[in-house]
Ligand binder design. Structure first.
Ligand code: F3S
Length: 410
């Protein structure tokens, strides 16, 4: 294993216990996965704070000590959302102590050189990659998107192994960094027309559960499938399964470069998705029969500008029903654009909140006492159901109609 003098000095403890432990994990990951070398990474994405395995106060103290040790990130390092809206946490009902811990961790990450993106859709705000670029990303939907849409190469990093990549600028070469591990394994014939972005969530959720950790190859999807649809598909695949890469025939780069290698050679299972499967896929995502909605959560993954514009267009001149909380989650960068072009004002005038830096999964929403949530995201459905909230899943328009009436009509 080739390590630099700097990396060896970190392993010797010259930068403190935190940095030493991080590099020990890198060495272990290298050995356990039988890596033969490291690859240099062009960008790293870190878990932020609450969602780190050492979460909460311990995570904050770990990052603060690391930053105080003099460690600095060697490559561009972006950040996943945190658990508060950093500029307006009070209006989400978050307590001061919790917010202060988050802010301390944020300051530590910035001190080490992180770019304060706080979003799970960094590709909408500047993280664009070339085919074959090596990355080290943590957030599962972003891993899936970067591998599939750009043909970049990243494993599903743990928070600590991503920190190691940020510090060293490299990651062990195994898994999706190796071309032969990127071949399609489950062929999915899509025999229905996919219209709403929620159709891609439902499909991804359904297929992800069957695919598990394998690589699905979709046949029959439109060539002009939107970026938003692919965001939703990847997030859902990565949630119900552990999919980190998918191919779409005629669309995604690996399979366009070599249709035989990535699309046929290694396929071991074939699925056909028809109308009945899609009905079942939607039904599985509705975990309650309750029709009274008190929380509407949109923007998982963080919405892009076009989605914010569509929400504003729907809500213009309407009012969210009293007693219903509506969150439209996006990145700060996209929100700032929509502030200037007026969409944020329209959405907030209707009584909904444009939420940035965080989301309906990372904020402790259960403590807010919500009983039934409407969402257009399979990933939000999965996690918020886990918090004990009943979930109605459907199209963005269906969720917005529920926001206005307080009742789920589908
Ligand atoms: Fe992003 Fe939160 Fe969903 S981090 S992918 S909006 S769970």
């Amino acid at each position: 294993m080739k390590l630099t003098a700097y990396e060896r000095s970190i392993l010797a403890g010259d930068f403190g216990d935190e940095a030493r432990k991080i590099l020990e994990v890198m060495v272990k990951v290298y050995e356990v996965n039988g890596a033969r070398d490291f690859v240099e990474v062009g960008e790293v994405m870190l878990a932020s704070t609450q969602n780190m395995s050492i979460s909460g106060v311990a995570g904050m103290e770990f990052l603060t000590s690391l930053a105080d040790s003099g460690i600095r990130f060697k490559v561009k390092t972006i950040t996943d959302p945190v658990s508060i809206d950093l500029g307006a946490w009070q209006r989400l009902g978050i307590c001061e102590e919790f917010a202060e811990h988050q802010q301390k961790a944020v300051r530590a990450l910035i001190k080490m050189g992180a770019v304060p993106t706080w979003t799970c859709t960094p590709y909408l705000v500047g993280s664009i990659h070339r085919y074959g670029d090596h990355l080290a990303y943590v957030e599962t939907s972003v891993v899936c998107f970067a591998n599939s849409y750009f043909g970049a190469r990243t494993n599903r990093e743990m928070d600590i192994s991503a920190l190691a990549a940020a510090i060293t600028g490299k990651t062990p070469c195994y898994g999706y960094h190796v071309a032969d591990n990127r071949e399609g394994q489950v062929l999915v014939n899509v025999e229905v027309e996919l219209r709403a972005t929620s159709d891609y969530d439902a499909l991804g959720n359904y297929v992800g559960r069957i695919a598990g950790t394998r690589v699905p190859v979709f046949r029959g999807m439109p060539r002009d499938v939107s970026t938003q649809a692919l965001m939703q598909l990847g997030a859902a695949l990565a949630t119900s399964g552990a999919v980190s890469l998918f191919h779409i025939m005629g669309v995604t780069p690996d399979i366009v470069v070599d249709p035989y290698k990535y699309g046929e050679r290694s396929v071991v299972e074939e699925l056909n998705i028809g109308e009945e499967d899609m009905r079942r896929a939607y039904a599985e995502l509705n975990t309650t029969g309750e029709t009274a909605i008190d929380f509407v959560a949109l923007g998982c993954p963080h919405y892009g500008f076009e989605k914010l514009r569509a929400v504003a267009s729907f809500l213009e001149g309407k009012k969210v029903r009293e007693g219903v909380e509506v969150w439209v989650c996006t990145s700060r960068a996209v929100r700032d654009m929509a502030l200037r072009s007026g969409e944020v004002e329209v959405i907030e005038k209707a009584g909904a909140k444009v939420v940035v830096d965080t989301c309906m999964v990372l904020v402790p929403v259960k403590q807010k006492g919500f009983r039934t949530m409407a969402t257009d995201s399979a990933k939000a459905q999965f996690y918020d159901s886990g918090f004990g909230i009943g979930v109605r899943f459907g199209s963005t328009e269906g969720c917005l109609r529920a926001a206005i009436s307080g009742t789920w009509e589908g």
